[in-house]
Design a binder for this molecule. Structure first.
Ligand code: DAT
Length: 184
């Protein structure tokens, strides 16, 4: 068993996931800032370290080098565990990570009209907007999370307003306190 298994960790790790635009990075930043966790923005990490394995011309996107990303993240998780620091990671997918990394998986959900406006502001074209709105309506990421992790650690929460974001951070605060009490 490696040192960052939940049985030996002193602080929990959280994954914030959901369709693009639901507020993963905004929420994870706030969790990190207010609750003292290390934030890993997985999308940024992929870009910074060029975890790419070619380019898909049809999908017009880089192909992810999963092995490179997971090796990189494993090192970060180990370093944080050694420093007794919890991690909050955010990414629009969740099935590629080892289950043992996370103690809580937050799936953010946003109403279609609100998400449309956010994706529009981000400059997504109609095809990309439609794809993501359909994914949100079909709750693709929620299903993925339920299939990839213990159902008890997967929490679906709304993320339409700033108040909801703050309430999600507060829920994490209470949950972390409970986790630390249960695991100390
Ligand atoms: P994601 O990381 O899921 O792609 P983001 O964190 O970049 O999304 O947020 C997209 C935009 O929406 C950004 O301008 C911040 C805003 N936003 C996110 N969550 C919000 C919320 N709960 N209430 C109001 N605005 C929010």
């Amino acid at each position: 068993m490696s040192d960052n298994d939940e049985t030996s960790r002193k602080r929990p790790n959280i994954l914030v996931t959901g369709t693009p635009g639901v507020g993963k990075t905004a929420t994870a930043s706030l969790i990190a800032e207010e609750l003292g966790l290390k934030h890993i923005n997985v999308g940024e990490l992929i870009k910074q370290h060029k975890c790419f394995d070619g380019y898909d011309d049809t999908l017009e996107t880089h192909i992810l080098d999963e092995d490179k990303l997971l090796d990189l993240m494993e090192t970060l998780f180990q370093e944080c565990a050694d420093e007794n620091m919890g991690i909050v990671a955010d990414y629009h997918s969740c099935e590629l990570f080892p289950e043992r990394w996370f103690d809580l998986v937050l799936v953010l959900r946003t109403n279609t009209d609100v998400l449309y406006d956010r994706l529009d502001k981000r400059g997504y074209n109609e095809k990309k907007r439609t794809e993501n709105l359909e994914a949100e309506i079909m709750q693709v990421v929620l299903e993925e999370a339920r299939e990839s992790y213990d159902i008890e650690i997967v929490h679906e929460v709304p993320s339409n307003t700033v108040e909801e974001m703050e309430s999600n951070v507060e829920r994490c605060r209470l949950w972390i306190e409970q986790w630390v009490a249960n695991n100390s």
